[in-house]
Design a protein around this ligand. Structure first.
Ligand code: OAD
Length: 271
């Protein structure tokens, strides 16, 4: 840990962006199951689905209300969860380095926002489970899922009354969750693709936390930051491919994010 703290301090002393890239592990201690953990499975009819099968445009096209049911269940899990010490520490870092810090998150749970991370410094590259948008892309705007839409329990059907609320406010057609699905691509207007790439190319320090390195844009962020000469640090309870890169850079911390992030942030801000 000491060598990681020293690497972070040295990187902050250089010019350049300070970035954090977070994944589901950062919310694990808030009680939100990680994507690839065992709790992620979902049953529809007689069949058990893995999130990677349900979080697809193909699944939504074939069974929109089953997919919506899964998301309204997950939305409830996220709403009942509270930000943990890692979210709070990253919000403190944003306030401490207002001109330099940006948070890139794969998490759709909204916990960074609820911990106080400013919208202007937070880039949700996989969407936000509290938002919906037109399923036919009549506009790219996102809309809050109406308050009257209830959170569902596991396996609940989406009622007719709820279905009527899940419509695009502009064209009246079907709305969909504002999340990036596995068979879809990143873009700038919805998922900050160009912004995040630019930020990575300006990085002096990249803190990677709680991600298993399975998705494309996080790989681009780590690669571009590395090319820019950034110090890369990996915080995770397990080894992962980003840890291999960090080991040759700023180092790895193998501990829960909520336990170590406050110490790392404190070291970075105590200059
Ligand atoms: P995963 O569920 O794939 O990985 C979670 C990571 O967090 C693993 O590497 C765990 O070892 C680590 N972890 C678990 N508990 C932790 C803790 N307390 N502290 C630190 N690390 C911990 O989640 P992601 O990498 O976020 O995308 O998944 C990436 C994306 O794939 C998700 O955003 C989602 C998904 O399927 C889309 O929906 C497009």
């Amino acid at each position: 840990m000491e060598h990681v703290l020293a690497a972070c301090r040295a990187a902050v002393a250089r010019p350049g962006r300070v970035l954090a890239l977070t994944g589901a592990g950062v919310s694990a201690e808030s009680g939100i199951p990680t994507f690839r953990g065992k709790e992620g499975y979902w049953t529809i009819g007689a069949r058990e689905y893995h999130p990677q099968e349900l979080a697809t445009h193909e699944a939504f096209a074939a069974m929109p209300w089953s997919v919506w049911g899964w998301y309204l269940y997950r939305r409830g899990v996220c709403r009942r969860a509270a930000p943990n010490a890692a979210h709070l520490a990253l919000a403190q870092l944003a306030r401490g380095l207002p001109e330099r810090f940006a948070l890139i998150t794969q998490n759709v749970d909204g916990l960074h926002r609820r911990a106080g991370s400013p919208d202007a410094q937070t880039f949700a590259i996989h969407g936000d489970i509290s938002l919906m948008r037109c399923a036919n892309d009549c506009v790219l705007d996102r809309f809050p899922i109406p308050e009257a839409v209830p959170d569902l329990a596991r396996g609940d059907e989406v009622s007719a009354a709820t279905r009527a609320l899940l419509e695009c406010p502009r064209c009246g057609g079907l709305a969909r969750p504002h999340v990036l699905w596995f068979d879809e691509s990143y873009d700038e207007p919805r998922f900050h693709l160009d912004t995040v790439r630019r930020l990575a190319g300006e990085a002096a320090l990249l803190l990677v936390a709680g991600t298993s390195a399975q998705t494309n844009l996080p790989w681009q962020v780590v690669t571009l930051a590395g090319r820019a000469g950034a110090t890369i640090v990996d915080i995770n309870v397990e080894d992962n491919p980003f840890g291999d890169i960090a080991a040759a850079s700023g180092g790895c911390v193998r501990a829960p994010a909520a336990t170590v992030m406050p110490t790392i942030v404190e070291a970075m801000l105590a200059r």
